[in-house]
Unconditional design. Structure first.
Length: 286
């Protein structure tokens, strides 16, 4: 899971049900199955991750105590959501089992990750993509797929390579992997419904470094999405607008999780998740 305030905003899609691909838990229903189902892919943002030093402290043994924007969006759409997100997921580990992640299946220098220690919203074997292909084969009335992934690729590069990290090379890898993800959903799964990629918010709308990192990553997401027939929901502008009256500071605006020392973690607060859910709803005209 991301721990550093890299020059990128954090993005992610969450998940909450269990069908196919070896899933074992029952589907919590956020809406009517009659209105179709919703599949959420991503990392810690979508998961609704809360850091251990937050108050109150999170209960990592209860996955349902974490609520991300997918659950809020599902309520708004009155659809059932299967949130398959995993804290620390990279674009590579979402596709390939055993690929380096930033704390999902494994961590830098360790075979241990969040998913090896704690339950996810959906319990499944293999990758998020393997689950998605099984899920879409079994749920022909799926109305929506959301995804936010890529920030952990950059976090992982920084953590393992330090100053030698080549973010442009990372950006190329993110673009290649995103294209593969969209291809698998569209062509391999044959899914013709809505796919929405959520763009990254910035941790500051006045710091050029933070802005530059978020805009760089978002440019990759937008380019690949446009070539793949995928809609982009503007999480960047949504957070910017919501923090405008707070001097462009998402922490001060209450969009990020406040910590006891007065600073903020990089993950969205409940208010932040509502803003992201609204951005996706706007992108699909809901």
């Amino acid at each position: 899971m991301p721990r550093r305030s890299l020059a990128l905003a954090v993005l992610v899609v969450a998940v909450i049900a269990a069908v196919g691909a070896g899933a074992t838990s029952a589907d919590p229903v956020n809406g009517s199955d009659a209105n179709g189902t919703y599949l959420a892919l991503g990392d810690s943002v979508a998961f609704g991750y809360v850091p251990p030093n937050a108050v109150p402290a999170p209960n990592y043994l209860d996955a349902h105590s974490f609520v991300g924007y997918p659950e809020l969006l599902a309520q708004r759409l009155n659809e059932r959501v299967s949130n398959v997100s995993c804290p620390g997921e990279t674009t590579a580990s979402l596709l390939v089992a055993g690929a380096p992640s930033n704390g999902c299946e494994n961590s830098p220098g360790s075979p241990v990750g969040y998913a090896t220690l704690y339950p996810l919203h959906v319990q499944y074997q293999g990758t998020q993509m393997a689950y998605a292909l099984h899920y879409l084969a079994a749920h022909k009335h799926t109305q929506l797929i959301t995804i936010d992934v890529g920030a952990n690729d950059a976090f992982l590069c920084q953590e393992t390579q330090g100053a030698q990290c080549d973010l442009r090379a990372v950006g190329t890898e993110i673009g290649t992997n995103l294209a593969s993800i969209f291809y698998d959903l569209r062509v391999v799964a044959g899914y013709t419904g809505r796919i929405v990629a959520l763009s990254y918010y910035s941790l500051s709308y006045t710091d050029p470094t933070q802005l530059g990192g978020a805009l760089f990553l978002n440019s990759i997401i937008q380019s690949v999405a446009a070539a793949s027939g995928v809609t982009v929901a503007d999480g960047f502008d949504a957070f910017g607008a919501a923090s405008a009256t707070s001097g462009g500071d998402p922490c001060q605006a209450g969009l990020l999780i406040k910590l006891p020392d007065g600073t903020c973690n990089i993950h969205p607060s409940p208010v932040g998740h509502r803003v992201l859910a609204a951005a996706i709803a706007a992108a699909i005209g809901a």
